[in-house]
Design a protein around this ligand. Structure first.
Ligand code: HEM
Length: 140
């Protein structure tokens, strides 16, 4: 991952997560987007999910490009979401909801911050999907 974007992402992540309400805001934004999205989260342990998402974002911020452990972890997340039947359009909605929360909770939010988050999250989404596509090719 590009070091400059990673540093901007890292600093923004520190700012937004200094407010515990950041993750509440994100999931509220996301779940309220549609009934389809809210159904994914019925009967889930949201406190646990918020904690895991927080850990994942910090892992992204602290890990330099191409660490095999991180890639394997993200590929595993891809498989978990595939089992949940999450589709690409849902990931776009997820990213939108997350960035809405960043905009609210980062008091230094600007175009550069937005670009850094997009850079990091787009790469995560691509890594999740490339794992799924490989699995499909092997199965066929
Ligand atoms: C880049 C985008 C995403 C990231 C980084 C992410 C991250 C995570 C993480 C870390 C977990 C916990 C996995 C574990 O059990 O260890 C999780 C679970 C979950 N995610 Fe995501 N997620 C993303 C996108 C989505 C989308 C688009 C949806 C649905 C529309 C979704 C729905 C869920 C649900 C329902 C669970 C709970 C699974 C369970 O309770 O076992 N996620 N996600």
């Amino acid at each position: 991952m590009n070091q400059h974007n990673l540093e901007i992402f890292n600093r923004s992540l520190q700012r937004v997560t200094s407010s515990p309400a950041f993750f509440d805001c994100f999931y509220d934004n996301f779940i309220n987007q549609s009934d389809e999205i809210s159904r994914f989260f019925k009967n889930r342990d949201m406190a646990q999910l918020k904690k895991k998402l927080r850990e994942t974002l910090f892992m992204l911020a602290e890990t330099a490009e191409g660490r095999p452990g991180l890639t394997l972890y993200i590929e595993m997340l891809g498989r978990i979401h595939k089992r949940l039947n999450v589709q690409r359009k849902h990931f776009n909605m997820w990213e939108e909801a997350l960035l809405e929360a960043v905009k609210i909770y980062d008091d230094e939010y600007d175009d550069e911050v937005l670009a850094a988050w997009l850079y990091v999250i787009d790469e995560v989404i691509e890594t999740m999907f490339s794992a799924l596509e490989e699995a499909r090719l092997k199965a066929s």
